[in-house]
Write a protein that binds this ligand. Sequence first.
Ligand SMILES: C[S@@+](CC[C@H](N)C(=O)[O-])C[C@H]1O[C@@H](n2cnc3c(N)ncnc32)[C@H](O)[C@@H]1O
Length: 243
Amino acid sequence: MTRGYREDLAYIHDVGFGSFSLSAAPGLLDMLRRGGIQSGLVVDLGCGSGLWARRIVDAGYSVLGIDMSSSMIAMARRRVPEGHFRRQSLFRADLPGCDAVTSIGECFNYLFDANNNWLRLTRVLRRVYEALRRGGIFIFDVAGPGRLPGRMPVFSHYEGKDWAILVSATEDRRRSLLTRRITAFRQVGEFYRRTEETHTLKLFEAGRVAEELRAIGFRVRVLRGYGRLRFGPGHTGFIARKA
Ligand SMILES: C[S@@+](CC[C@H](N)C(=O)[O-])C[C@H]1O[C@@H](n2cnc3c(N)ncnc32)[C@H](O)[C@@H]1O
């Protein structure tokens, strides 16, 4: 297994990129409530540092978060002491009976678990269906082909008070892979510590994902965003209900 979101990048994701799940949270809670899920257990796959898990618990649900990164899980445990968290690949996790499952921020796409492929994804979708009670809801998003339109590589940089990252991203359209090479600098005392991570994502076509969900037995709606949060190119959400 490739280790991803090690200590420094997990910290940077939390302080610098948490706005994705925080902006998504009101829309996600709204979808749960409108779907008749007012209480009960929400399983969050790829829970990261627990920003969304915190909102889940504050809204009156219980939460089980699963993530492969031990640094992310450590932050989630600190942020949500009432929650339950497991460091595990979502592709291998046994899921308890639950009212809702979420997976926010392209978690199904990462190749941190080298076992990730279309077959593994379909198995997870099936396992989610089996774990959900009748009427239960599954909300998630995936990155698909076209996630990186235009000329490549795409270079970007981001910075905060005590960190900075440089990202070089390319999409291999033939193999449906998106690779982000990330150089992270985090201030430790007087100096900045440099670390490197490469994140490779397997891109899944949204139409095929929707078809698979329907074949499993879900009723499916495709989402262009979570509430006011809009997705970028090649990024698609799903709300799937177990009939
Ligand atoms: C972009 S982050 C999103 C984190 C969180 N959901 C959020 O919105 O803040 C993707 C997360 O997926 C996790 N992840 C990637 N592959 C995974 C796998 N196979 N099993 C469990 N977690 C995984 C990463 O460790 C990371 O925390």
